[in-house]
Design a protein. Structure first.
Length: 63
């Protein structure tokens, strides 16, 4: 398989039991999209945790 392929992931397509907790890690725009889809499908916002994976803005202050 050569090249890069663009696609959308549907996090609600997985068979996840009720009461599941979600932990997202990735670029902010990715996590916002996934979080929105989960909430649209009835996941409570307090059941979604996240960690930003991407550029560290504090690194910009390093000389």
């Amino acid at each position: 398989m050569d090249g890069v392929f663009e696609a959308l992931m549907d996090p609600t397509a997985a068979d996840i039991p009720g009461g599941a907790l979600y932990y997202l890690c990735g670029p902010l725009s990715f996590m916002q999209a996934v979080r929105s889809r989960l909430i649209e499908h009835g996941v409570a916002p307090h059941d979604i945790q996240y960690e930003v994976f991407g550029p560290d803005p504090w690194q910009a202050d390093v000389d």
